[in-house]
Design a protein around this ligand. Structure first.
Ligand code: FAD
Length: 402
């Protein structure tokens, strides 16, 4: 009989896995179960926050996947039974599988910050799952008076999209510079270093006066006590571990994260926050027959990115298919490329290619096959990388959901 696959979650990880399974094995029965009828990409949502892009451009539907013969069900998966090999949904569906691929993305560890919760996020949005949170934060930025303070609080590692908070800081500063120049962005960070830090600080110096008395951006590191420990949504105050208490007109609190809840309830996390996997096949180390990929998995040295999820999904589709037929899974080569926009027509990137070391269960960057944009590149190169970023975005939407 044709193998049956159920994919839980229709983000870049799950959508790509479904599409490529059907492409590799047209006879396979592929069912994708996704809670929402529309997916809103986090990638490029910072451009929406900065007023550079329309919200509608970060939304995609699932008709493309249905058109490839994938059964798409919009429902919340409430249980995965690894022994009975069935997935159950809130709406009462039960779907049988030979192999299940779980790509539920992240959930928030609200308890990590005193006073923060799903309700508090309606006042101090995280906007770390794109959608209504993105439009909420955007409308708060638009409503803020000139002279206001926007607090952005990034979490400690590991979290979804390591350069994401710093692109966001850049594009909020860019918006303030144009529309509310007496305002500022106060960054209260739980880290001393961050992704592409020299490139971001260079952009901040070029465009936002970073390091001067008139800087639009102030960054308080972990060593300076910047880690946020509590919030008060009534007074709009944010308390830090050692830098004091600050009042924000807009507060973007990005809490620590873990794998999506269904990964925990299925027993895929082994007591941690993320799912340990065989990094060659993305099969769970805790529950055989179930693969976990994208943000929910431990796939270091790959970062938690949409590009990583897309690459992992293709490898997972190939290995899940091979394993379902009792064959040896192929050895994958994986890739990640993350673009960031630091200012007007100012893009830069980090990229890497990874080989799988099956002895150590490690993903090892291939020497000379990646790198970071040069710090001394000129305006032409930065402008070109902005175009690359935008075309990467269109290609991603087409590859995952098209
Ligand atoms: P998700 O995209 O979170 O998808 C998971 C899906 O599963 C969701 O649609 C959810 O509804 C569904 N789901 C969860 N649980 C269930 C359930 N029980 N039943 C049914 N459905 C369920 N990455 C890049 O590569 N480049 C970038 O430029 C970039 N920029 C970013 C900017 C920001 C501000 C942020 C926050 C992130 C950015 N990322 C970027 C990271 C990227 O968005 C994530 O790494 C990526 O979305 C992870 O994909 P995923 O498929 O693992 O999870």
């Amino acid at each position: 009989a044709a193998p049956r696959f159920v994919i839980v979650g229709g983000g870049p990880g799950g959508a790509t896995a479904a599409k490529y399974l059907k492409r590799y094995a047209p006879a396979a029965e592929v069912t994708l179960i996704e809670a929402n009828p529309t997916y809103t990409t986090c990638f490029m949502s910072n451009e929406v926050l900065g007023g550079l892009r329309d919200f509608s451009t970060i939304q995609v539907g699932y008709d493309g996947l249905s058109g490839h013969g994938i059964t798409v069900i919009h429902d919340l998966v409430t249980a995965i039974d690894p022994e009975g090999k069935t997935v159950t949904t809130q709406g009462g569906e039960s779907v049988a599988f030979d192999r299940c691929i779980v790509a539920p993305g992240i959930d928030f560890k609200y308890d990590a910050v005193e006073g923060y919760s799903a309700e508090a996020a309606e006042i101090m949005p995280h906007a770390w799952k794109a959608g209504p949170q993105t439009t909420l934060l955007r409308s708060q930025l638009e409503a803020m008076e000139d002279g206001g303070t926007v607090i952005v609080a990034p979490p400690d590692n590991p979290f979804r999209c390591p350069p994401g908070p710093y692109e966001r800081i850049s594009l909020i500063a860019n918006y303030l510079k144009q529309h509310k120049p007496k305002s500022k962005v106060l960054v209260l960070d739980a880290k001393d270093k961050f992704s592409k830090m020299p490139l971001f600080t260079q952009a901040w110096e070029m465009f936002y006066g970073y390091g001067t008395d008139n800087s639009l951006i102030e960054w308080v590191s972990k060593s300076d006590g910047g880690t946020v420990t509590g919030v008060n949504t009534e007074t709009m105050e944010v308390t830090t571990a050692g830098a004091g208490t600050f009042k924000g007109d807009v507060v973007n609190l990005i809490p620590p994260q873990s794998a999506g809840a269904i990964a925990r309830s299925t027993g895929l996390l082994e007591g941690g926050d993320w799912a340990p996997v065989n990094k060659g096949t993305f099969e769970s180390l805790a529950v055989p027959g179930i693969h976990v990929l994208g943000d929910a998995s431990i796939a270091a040295a790959m970062p938690k990115s949409g590009a990583s999820a897309n690459s992992q999904a293709k490898a997972t589709a190939a290995s899940a298919l091979a394993l379902s037929m009792g064959q040896e899974p192929p050895m994958p080569t994986l890739a990640n490329a993350c673009y960031s926009i630091g200012g007007p027509e100012h893009g830069f990137s980090v990229a890497a290619v990874y080989n799988y070391d099956d002895f150590e269960n490690k993903l090892v960057p291939v020497e000379g096959a990646g790198g970071v944009s040069p710090i001394d590149a000129g305006a032409d190169s930065r402008r070109r990388e902005m175009f690359y970023a935008h075309s990467w975005f269109e290609n991603m939407k087409a590859d995952c959901w098209g």
